[in-house]
Design a protein around this ligand. Structure first.
Ligand code: E4P
Length: 221
């Protein structure tokens, strides 16, 4: 499973890209608002950090024609390449926009997905990735993990190339469970990425190793 960072905070991203095998960044309007700056000031920084890894940028327009113009504008203004994905919510206009954007040679991530059928329709509309919202489903007494599992299974059954980018996490356990469901990728915020890679027993073990090694590791390096 690929790990993506669900943040537009430059300091967090610098740290993640330095230490963690991160495969890309996802943004949405809420994430941009949390970063506290307009897109024109955030996007260039993200592009620099991401390099050739994936960059998923959410469109804010709500008409298909405008989503297409918006997707093209980012691509042109920032000379974005094949690692750029226009994130499109699965509204009526969004589904229409997906095929138009794909025809224009831009890749698509279908977002704000809450059911397996929405994901299947998005795949048929040409989406490269679909992003089901795990925690938001869990919070309405639904089952985010199960929805992710159903989508993965369906895509396999129908031989679709569309991949699953599970999103919206509040716990490490949710991330663990979507990986067990075969999700191709997960986009996760800084705090949970930090929590999932660390363990107090690891830190303690390293401390013990260092103590035991005192005076014994005498080969120069
Ligand atoms: C990413 O694509 C999603 O927009 C994001 O993961 C939603 O997360 P949230 O439910 O924590 O806002």
């Amino acid at each position: 499973m690929l790990y993506l960072a669900d943040t537009a905070n430059v300091e967090e991203l610098k740290k993640l890209f330095y230490y963690f095998p991160i495969d890309g960044v996802t943004t949405n309007p809420t994430i941009i608002a949390q970063a506290g700056k307009p897109m024109s000031q955030i996007l260039p920084g993200l592009i620099e950090i991401v390099g050739d890894k994936m960059l998923h940028v959410q469109m804010i327009s709500n008409k298909a024609e405008d989503m297409l113009r918006e997707a093209k504008a980012y691509k042109q203004k920032y000379a974005l390449g094949d690692n750029y994905f226009a994130k499109i919510p699965v509204t009526e206009e969004g589904y229409k926009a997906m095929s138009m954007i794909k025809e224009a040679g831009i890749k698509v991530t279908a977002t704000a997905i809450f059911t397996q059928q929405q994901a299947l329709v998005a795949a048929r509309a040409g989406a490269d990735w679909v992003a089901p919202y795990v925690n938001r489903l869990d919070n309405i007494s639904s089952h985010g993990i199960e929805v992710v599992g159903n989508i993965v299974e369906n895509f396999e059954q129908y031989g679709l190339d569309t991949q699953v980018l599970a999103a919206s996490f509040k716990t490490v356990d949710q991330v663990h469970r979507v990986s067990m469901m075969g999700s191709h990728a997960a986009t996760i915020n800084f705090e949970i990425l930090e929590r999932l890679r660390s363990h107090p027993m690891t830190d303690m073990s390293v401390e013990w190793f260092e103590k035991d090694a005192e005076g014994l590791y005498d080969i120069d390096f």
